[in-house]
Design a protein around this ligand. Structure first.
Ligand code: SAM
Length: 296
């Protein structure tokens, strides 16, 4: 049933967009002196070896974050992109890029002693690997791993005790139903806890249900009277390619988006600097572009 393994994709362009925004949001939330609870509804394995079998198979990291490490841009990296690169670097020996931190480790790095992290991961192997990886941090009860459905599991935790939370929702969308479950989860969560920050990643692929995700989230946020931010990054055309023998070749993921409800007020300006640089560094053809819109 579950064939998606994030290890194949760790550090790709979608991770650059998602994790840059994740770090920027967390850094802003850390400025307040009240306990924060972070939920990662689809956590993955937590840490990925880039020289292991999985990541080598696709080498998506080479077209992803690695491009930032060799930036030829005339100007310095935008602050939130530099923060992202510094975070990835902090998991590696100087000048080496062998490990890529998934969202659980990226989040945990930004937490303070008072904060909590709840990780949902349903895949038996990834959940086991995640538990083993997190155990090495020796952070005790700060981080909880729940081997259960993140869409459902989050319900029992909202609202959180100190009424401050970030929810990252990053499914693999390998089950078509995920496209509908994401806005349903956000709608339910907003009713339980309207002031939380919600960050949803989704793929931009030629499927109507994928395009519906940001539309539905926009409607939900607007109806709830909440502010929102929607950023997309396209690195190449989504057109199907033809192989030497006439076979159809899928181009791989061409683009993705992040939709944030109740974003930090500083995030839009920060992304206005970072997104053009992501395009310049990660573009694979002339279709590369970005978009950034906000409301509420
Ligand atoms: N958030 C991770 C990161 O940024 O490093 C990547 C997560 S990956 C895109 C999605 C993960 O969700 C996979 O590891 C998959 O096994 C898991 N998953 C799929 N359906 C799930 C569900 N209903 N509840 C919890 N985890 C699920």
């Amino acid at each position: 049933m579950f064939s998606y393994r994030h290890a194949f994709h760790a550090g790709n362009h979608a991770d650059v967009l998602k994790h840059t925004i994740l770090i920027a949001v967390l850094k802003h939330l850390a400025l307040k002196d009240t306990a924060l609870t972070v939920f990662d509804t689809h956590a993955g394995a937590g840490l990925y070896r880039l020289d292991g079998d999985y990541a080598q198979t696709s080498a998506e990291a080479a077209d992803g974050f690695v491009k930032l490490t060799t930036s030829q841009l005339k100007e310095p990296l935008a602050p939130i992109l530099q923060d992202y690169l510094d975070t990835v670097a902090s998991f590696n020996a100087k000048g080496q890029w062998k490990v890529y931190p998934g969202s659980p480790f990226i989040i945990q790095r930004q937490l303070q002693g008072r904060d909590k992290l709840k990780l949902f991961e349903i895949h038996p192997t990834d959940s086991k690997t995640l538990s083993a990886n997190i155990a090495q941090l020796e952070v005790g009860r700060q981080v909880a791993i729940l081997k259960e459905d993140g869409f459902e599991g989050i319900k029992k935790f909202l609202p959180p005790p100190a009424r401050r939370a970030l929810v990252l929702c990053d499914p693999s969308y390998e089950i078509k139903n995920d496209y509908a479950r994401v806005p349903a989860m956000v709608a339910d969560s907003l009713q339980r806890f309207a002031t939380g920050t919600y960050a949803v990643w989704y793929p931009i692929i030629p499927r109507p249900e994928a395009h519906d995700v940001p539309k539905k989230l926009k409607t939900l946020a607007t109806k709830a009277g909440k502010s929102w931010l929607h950023a997309t990054l396209t690195v190449k055309s989504s057109k199907l390619l033809q192989g030497a023998e006439g076979e159809v070749i899928r181009p791989g993921l061409p683009a993705s988006g992040m939709f944030i409800i109740n974003p930090p007020h500083t995030l839009k300006a920060a992304l206005q600097l970072a997104l053009p640089q992501m395009v310049a560094l990660l573009k694979q053809d002339q279709h590369a572009t970005f978009s950034l819109e906000s409301g509420g």
